[in-house]
Design a protein around this ligand. Structure first.
Ligand SMILES: [Zn+2]
Length: 383
């Protein structure tokens, strides 16, 4: 079956609905699908037959009888549908291969020094060659790529990538010359948010920490882009009047306070030794050798101010943090949680407002892969 016909099959809304129910319940009978979707049993039977034929689902074990024959369960078939996700970062390109069930089958990274678009394309080709060496290319149904900076996913353009020194690069056209399967591109943090949305999270803000600080906002299951694709630039929320100068020209932006290098500089002042590296700083924070309260309070206060403002504005169910702060999550979480709970209107009596991603540092690549997989389960209007 060609790539095109495989995507044509997905066009029907009913098919997506059925796949979505199977994804949600992991395994489910035809009768229960009819009940959950409201489709007639005959329609379900027909569509299920098509989906089995196109190898997107398969029959698994039999369920319990509700009087009559024991029903056959259906489940997603990850064997024949794989997607590739890639994150173009400042120091490395990370990649993951994910199957239709959302399972990661391969992952890795390649370091990069020359940040030209040509070099990213060259290294990406090397990565996909390696993947196609291990996985039959016919099974790979698309590639998603997350890119640092401001991205127009519809036109496929990297509008502005400050760390790469790119302006208006037509990335998608170049990728389409190399690959003949569907490609999606988007901002790296929006891709990370897709990794969480896969697990049915619908209202949340994903904050990525590290050399820069960015976020992605998901409300009612939709990613928010804003007028110029700039929504979520949490790094440039001003959290300290007359604070340190930021790369954007303002003073006291969150990024100017808490981006990796700025935090190391602050730590140099409070511990009387030269810290130099993020590893050294995280080792200190994770050990009990020094008085680490001051730095944890500092991070929690300024990150907390930004988070509280977002919570009061958007009322998300949770804030999910990824990136470098994962290295200190056990120490940071109680400090940050108490600052946020104390200062926001929502008291979060039943759930924690602060979570850390389970995808560790591969979230961008996995989420980029999900940007392709989502097309099997959702219509454009739904996401
Ligand atoms: Zn700024």
């Amino acid at each position: 079956m060609t790539q095109q016909t495989s995507f044509d099959i997905m066009k029907s809304r009913n098919e997506r609905q059925i796949l979505k129910v199977i994804k949600e319940f992991k395994q489910i009978s035809r009768a229960d699908i009819a009940e959950k979707t409201g489709l007639s049993p005959a329609t379900v039977t027909n569509i299920v037959n098509d989906l089995i034929e196109s190898k997107l689902i398969k029959e698994s074990k039999r369920g319990e009888s509700k009087g009559g024959r024991r029903p056959v369960f259906l489940k997603l078939n990850g064997e024949f549908t794989k997607v590739v996700g890639i994150e173009w970062g400042i120091h490395s390109i990370k990649y993951a291969v994910v199957n239709l069930e959302g399972k990661i089958e391969m992952q890795g990274k390649k370091s990069i020094e020359n940040l030209s678009l040509g070099n990213f394309l060259k290294l990406t080709k090397q990565i996909t060659d390696l993947i196609f060496h291990n996985i039959d290319p016919v099974l790979v149904k698309g590639i998603g790529i997350g890119i640092h900076g401001v991205v127009d996913p519809q036109k496929g353009i990297s509008k502005f990538a400050p760390h790469f020194h790119w302006n208006n690069k037509d990335v998608l056209t170049k990728l389409n010359k190399i690959y003949d399967i569907p490609i999606t591109i988007d901002n790296d943090v929006r891709m990370m948010a897709r990794a969480e949305r896969w697990h049915k999270k619908k209202n949340f803000i994903y904050i990525n920490t590290g050399r820069g600080i960015g976020s992605a906002v998901v409300l009612n299951n939709r990613l928010i882009y804003g007028q110029d694709f700039l929504a979520g630039e949490i790094g440039h929320i001003i959290v300290k009047e007359d604070g340190p100068k930021c790369s954007c020209g303002n003073r006291g932006c969150l990024e100017a306070m808490l981006a990796r290098e700025n935090l190391i500089e602050y730590a140099d002042q409070i511990f009387d030794i030269k810290i130099n590296s993020w590893n050294k700083l995280t080792n200190i924070i994770n050990s009990k050798e020094k008085n680490i309260e001051q730095i944890l309070n500092y991070i929690s206060k300024y990150l907390g101010i930004a988070i509280v403002n977002l919570i009061n504005l958007l009322n998300p169910s949770e804030i999910i943090i990824g990136g470098d702060f994962l290295d200190i999550k056990d120490k940071l979480k109680p400090y940050l949680t108490s600052f946020v709970v104390e200062n926001s209107l929502n008291k979060y009596e039943e759930t924690s407002p602060i979570e850390f991603t389970d995808y560790n540092k591969i979230a961008g690549a996995v989420g980029a892969a999900f940007s392709i997989l989502e097309k099997y389960f959702y219509t454009e209007e739904e996401i």
